[in-house]
Each structure stands twice: as C-alpha cells, then as structure tokens.
Design a protein around this ligand. Structure first.
Ligand SMILES: [Ca+2]
Ligand SMILES: [Ca+2]
Ligand SMILES: [Ca+2]
Length: 247
C-alpha cells in the first residue's frame, strides 16, 4: 500500500508533458516559515519559485531545513488526506539529492504522504534503476502541514496549501548546494495530476536545478576543525597523564 503514491506518481508522470527544466535560486531565510498550512503575507518573501500547472512551488532554506510551499491556487476544493483512503489530494517532492543528473540508489529521495501510516511527510529512496522503483514511505523528522485558505498569490480564493520543512540532513546536498527537484500534485476535485518539470521520476536530466543559497558549506568544515581541536586537547591531556605516572 505504501507504494501507491510513488506508483501513482510514476503513472501520472508518464502521462504528463514535460516542460523545459527550470533554475530555482532557493532564498536564504533568517525567519523560518511556520509549517501550519497557512500562508502569511510575507512568510515566503524572497523564496525561489517553480511554476506549476495549478499553482506555484516556493523554496527557502537555512542551514537545517529546505522549506517548501506548494500553493495550489487552482485547487479550490479540499479533498483532505484521510488515513487509509486514497481518494484525496496528494503531493510528492522528489530530489536528485546529489545533483548529478542521474539516479542513485539510497541517495536520491522523495517525500510524499503515502497515506498509510497517515503521518506525513514520509520519505522514500530511489531503489531500482531498471523499473524506476522507490522504497515505500518511511519515517522522517521532516515536517509537513496541509491547509485550505488564501495566500498572496490568490488573496480572494480558498485553495489547497502544503507547507514543509524538509531536513537537509536527510537530503544531504553536495557542497555546491545544488540539487535537482520535481514536484507532483494530485487533486480529486478538480481532477488533475501533475509532475513538474520532469517527464517522469527518472527523468533526472529535466529535474529543476535548485540552488540552496545560504547553505553554508563552511559549517561542516568548522565542525571538523572543532573535532581536530578536541582530539588535540585529549592528546595533550594524555601526555600529561602519562608523564605524571612516570614521575
Ligand atoms: Ca505557514
Ligand atoms: Ca542523483
Ligand atoms: Ca482538490
């Protein structure tokens, strides 16, 4: 059952027309958006955007999270996620996590609802190049919320909203901060099924290029320096202990 969302993702993708690949500069953020399914007036200001057939995806990031808003302005009927029921609105956010333009087993990831268990998002990993297979949805500490309301892009019409804070430690971007992404959206009412901008989940070359601006690759280096200092201190203490014993 867990494979339902990813299977639907692939089926829909095969039926979709692939637009050209896109470049997205993810905006660095100091005040993270609140993941509550409601879009504040300036909450997503400065975000990088990806135009979708029935809305817009927004991207912000800091050192810890990639924040994603799927503002589905054309979905004006909420078909809410229901545990164990698949006749509902749904989403998928796939990443060429190492940004190399090809599929890598257990590296490239996809977040979805997967419906069962009902907690979302769930995380799956690319698993099978021969059949473009993915694992079922597993537990993640990333955050997600579904909402229905207005937003700056559609200030007079209630519509479906998805907000996420996806852990960069789960995506593991390369030092360049450049990864690929594709977004899947499903709606029951009105009926649509979109994958953007890739033709299918394994159309890696046409994933949008997402540049994580402000993703400071110096942080791991600083951590490594700190570890080196700690090791040096331990070694110095060891020398003193050894000398005291000899004395
Ligand atoms: Ca919010
Ligand atoms: Ca890859
Ligand atoms: Ca809907």
């Amino acid at each position: 059952m867990k494979c339902y969302a990813s299977l639907a993702f692939v089926v829909v993708a095969l039926l979709s027309v692939a637009p050209a690949s896109a470049q997205i500069p993810s905006g660095p953020v100091t005040t993270p958006p609140t993941i509550d399914g409601a879009v504040g007036a300036t909450e997503w200001a400065g975000a990088g955007t990806l135009a979708l057939p029935h809305g817009t995806a927004y991207f912000l990031n800091d050192q810890t999270y990639l924040y994603v808003l799927l503002d589905v302005t054309a979905d004006t009927t909420l078909d809410p996620l229901v545990p164990g029921v698949y006749n509902d609105d749904n989403f998928g956010i796939a990443f060429d996590a190492n940004g190399n333009g090809s599929g890598d087993i257990d590296i490239d990831v996809n977040y979805g609802a997967f419906d069962n268990p009902p907690a979302f998002p769930r995380i799956s990993y690319f698993a099978d190049p021969a059949f473009c297979g993915w694992t079922g949805g597993g537990a993640t500490s990333s955050l997600g919320a579904e909402g229905f309301g207005m937003s700056p892009a559609a200030p007079a019409t209630n519509h479906v909203i998805w907000e996420f804070a996806l852990l960069l430690s789960e995506i593991s971007p390369p030092s360049t901060g450049r990864i690929g992404t594709a977004v899947w959206l499903l709606s029951v009412n009105p009926s649509f099924n979109d994958l953007t901008p890739a033709a299918d989940l394994c159309d890696w070359a046409n994933y949008a290029d997402l540049q994580l601006n402000g993703f400071d690759t110096a942080v791991p280096v600083a951590g490594a320096v700190g570890l080196a200092i700690l090791v040096a201190l331990v070694a110095i203490v060891g020398v003193f202990v050894a000398r005291s014993r000899l004395g």
